[in-house]
Write a protein that binds this ligand. Structure first.
Ligand code: MRU
Length: 346
């Protein structure tokens, strides 16, 4: 991203308001933890790794003006802030991973003065950003090996620069293949109901000069049947110990379709998205969002008043439909329960 998705600027958090894209490119400032919480909740900042960064920077903001005089007092405030941020969105594990990391850092430095401890927390949040950037590059490098010159790739939702601190996870694979001189083309599912594919993925790919064709989610089957797709690459919000993968609602359908058409289905995600505390994807908490995102998305009423709505924001693709998972440490194939643990500890 030429402009960082999210960053720390002069004691404030600055982020691209993704709800306005592609019509308006606007950076907004968050001055307190409440504003960061709202930005995560409303998807102004979104995508698992970027949510993790927002949680870390939000934690810093939340304790920055603390007047605590002892670590014990400070820790009470810190826990209040992290517990609050943890309520913003439930599915992307990177949020909880980042909050845990901030709490661990505070514990490590519990013997220093509070003003110094705050600086350590800021440094930790900035370190998460740098690691996130390196992670994207590494996923891109590994993932590009899976892409052949001439491939057309289908993706769902947005796992690009806007979802991370650099150039994404799933889209990193495409950016890196393109940088390698491979001629690729991308089909982007529009990704109902919030249209991250239509609004964000096409925008990023067009800016990068990569050919992209937008389709409605319901067109993927036909497009695959017509032989237009050689690979599917998607991101992830949480991957259970057995490889079951939560990602944006509609991903599971794409995986089923890819299986039917014998198209490799790849998940690109950092090891911070792995959740070994959950044995299977059945245990992954799935966010439910408001009915209005379906009935009057983007300001236009498209369903009768009072209609009953169910709106899970994510689904879980069973591991047996995943060909491989591309992490920053390498490519992992089945059996995922064994191989994911091995790569995480490498
Ligand atoms: O609801 P969103 O827009 O936060 O959902 C994002 C996704 O599902 C992404 O595919 C996932 O977070 C991976 S981002 C690298």
């Amino acid at each position: 991203m030429p402009t960082p998705t999210i960053e720390w600027v002069d004691g404030r958090v600055r982020l691209i308001d993704q709800t306005l894209l592609p019509n308006e490119f606007k950076q907004i400032y968050c001055d307190d933890v409440g504003a960061v919480w709202e930005a995560i909740k409303m998807l102004r900042v979104r995508g698992a790794p970027a949510i993790g960064v927002a949680a870390a920077l939000g934690t810093v903001l939340g304790v920055w003006n603390s007047t605590a005089e002892s670590f014990q007092e400070f820790e009470v405030e810190l826990n209040r802030v992290t517990d609050y941020l943890a309520t913003s969105r439930p599915t992307a594990v990177n949020l909880f991973w980042a909050l845990d990391r901030m709490k661990r850092t505070a514990n490590e430095y519990q013997d220093v003065e509070i003003c110094v401890l705050k600086q350590h927390l800021l440094q930790e949040a900035l370190a998460i950003i740098v690691e996130d950037q390196q992670m994207c590059r590494s996923i891109g490098r590994y993932g590009a090996e899976l892409i052949d010159d001439g491939d057309t790739i289908l993706t769902h939702c947005n796992a690009g620069g806007l979802a991370t601190s650099d150039y994404g996870t799933a889209l990193a694979v495409m950016f890196a293949a393109h940088d390698d001189g491979k001629h690729i083309h991308v089909y982007a599912d529009e990704t109902r109901p919030l249209l991250q594919g239509a609004r964000l993925t096409t925008w990023e790919l067009m800016n990068a000069g990569i050919g992209v064709t937008l389709i409605c989610d319901s067109m993927a089957a036909q497009v695959m049947k017509e032989g237009r797709i050689q690979r599917v690459v998607v991101g992830a919000d949480r991957i259970a110990a057995n490889g079951d993968t939560a990602n944006k609602i509609g991903t599971y359908s794409v995986a089923v379709l890819a299986h039917r058409h014998q198209i490799p289905f790849y998940v690109a995600a950092p090891t911070s998205t792995l959740d070994f505390s959950l044995a299977t994807g059945d245990l992954i908490p799935i966010e439910e969002r408001g009915a209005e995102e379906i009935t009057e998305g983007f300001g236009k009423r498209t369903a009768p008043d009072g209609v009953e709505v169910y709106s899970p924001a994510f689904d879980v693709t069973p591991a047996d439909l995943v060909t491989a998972i591309v992490t920053e440490k390498g490519i992992v194939g089945p059996p995922f329960d064994r191989n994911l643990k091995r790569i995480a500890s490498s």
